[in-house]
Design a protein around this ligand. Structure first.
Ligand SMILES: Nc1ncnc2c1ncn2[C@@H]1O[C@H](COP(=O)(O)OP(=O)(O)OP(=O)(O)O)[C@@H](O)[C@H]1O
Length: 289
């Protein structure tokens, strides 16, 4: 890795994170850090359409996420879950047609996708891209240093970055030889998901959006990925996950479960919402609003 010499302090302390002034509270088995004033993410009446076809997909999404909360969005296929997540990170396929999104007190919709990531938003994609010829360690070092540069901080050299990377690799229970693989090339479904979680561990985020991180995983891989997410999550970090399955919810203990229907959040509750979905189906649960 051709990187400049290290100049910032211990790499085990992620310099991308800024310390809040927390007060502790307990939500659903997790000790959370309650921000005194503003929510971490405040979405109001968000509307969006597909740029190419002009088809409206989001029809007024409302959602509030505070520091330390774990939110799950469920819903029928095609209800708009992934579109919502992609609109949050600024995917160019979609145009916001109404509403507002405030992230850490700032207007998220005015930021470029890269700025959103720098501000502390991370998203895993259902189908991550392959990058032939670029090894994972090099990719992660480049991504990490790109952030350092944007933040006006010194880049990190290999001598400092590698121990930091190895620590994160251990955190997500992956073997070092994984780092020599090219990004997502020839990866199994499980390896792709683990790679996404490794990226999250290395780059850090105040709000991680995980879109179907559990899809296609065998039971052992699912438990590994969930354990890794639990180890990455600290009390002041928040998670928004999209899933169809209860198993990951049991492992990640969401504080809030939402049901999306026709581009809106149709119902919000705790894990009992999942029980209602399992016994009565989405139609019945959405119709309760
Ligand atoms: N870029 C796009 N081009 C064309 N259609 C799109 C695009 N993005 C979303 N859609 C359409 O918008 C609707 C919502 O899609 P979205 O992927 O958000 O649903 P979802 O709730 O995540 O579904 P699933 O549970 O199957 O993943 C679908 O009808 C989908 O085909």
């Amino acid at each position: 890795m051709a990187l400049s010499l290290p100049t910032h302090p211990s790499p085990t302390v992620n310099p991308l994170r800024r310390s809040p002034k927390p007060t502790l509270r307990r939500v659903n088995h997790r000790v959370c850090v309650a921000s005194a004033a503003t929510p971490l993410l405040q979405v109001n009446d968000l509307r969006a359409k597909i740029v190419e076809s002009n088809v409206d997909i989001l029809h007024g999404v409302n959602l509030t996420i505070n520091q330390g909360e774990v939110h799950a969005i469920m819903g029928k296929n095609g209800s708009g879950k992934s579109t919502f997540a992609k609109v949050l990170v600024g995917h160019p396929d979609y145009e916001v047609t109404g509403g507002s999104v405030v992230f850490k007190g700032e207007n998220l919709l005015e930021m470029e996708p890269e700025e959103r990531s720098l501000a502390g938003l991370f998203m895993s994609f259902q189908s991550p891209v392959e990058i032939p010829g670029v090894s994972i360690d090099l990719f992660l070092a480049m991504a990490y240093n790109a952030r350092m540069k944007k933040l006006g901080r010194d880049e990190v050299g290999p001598i400092e970055f590698l121990p930091y990377l190895m620590e994160k690799l251990q955190l997500v229970n992956m073997k070092p030889d994984f780092l020599n693989r090219n990004v997502n090339q020839g990866f199994s479904g499980g390896e792709r998901k683990r790679n996404e979680i490794l990226q999250l561990a290395v780059l850090g985020a105040d709000l991680a959006i995980l879109d179907e991180i559990d899809s296609g995983l065998d039971v052992d891989a699912l438990r590994d990925v969930a354990n890794a997410v639990n180890r990455i999550l600290t009390p002041e970090k928040s998670l928004l996950m999209i899933t169809h399955y209860r198993r990951i919810l049991d492992l990640l203990n969401p504080t809030h479960v939402h049901v999306m229907d026709k581009g809106k959040i149709a119902r919000t509750g705790d894990i009992s919402v999942v029980e209602a979905i399992e016994s009565d189906g989405y139609e019945a649960v959405s119709a309760l609003t």
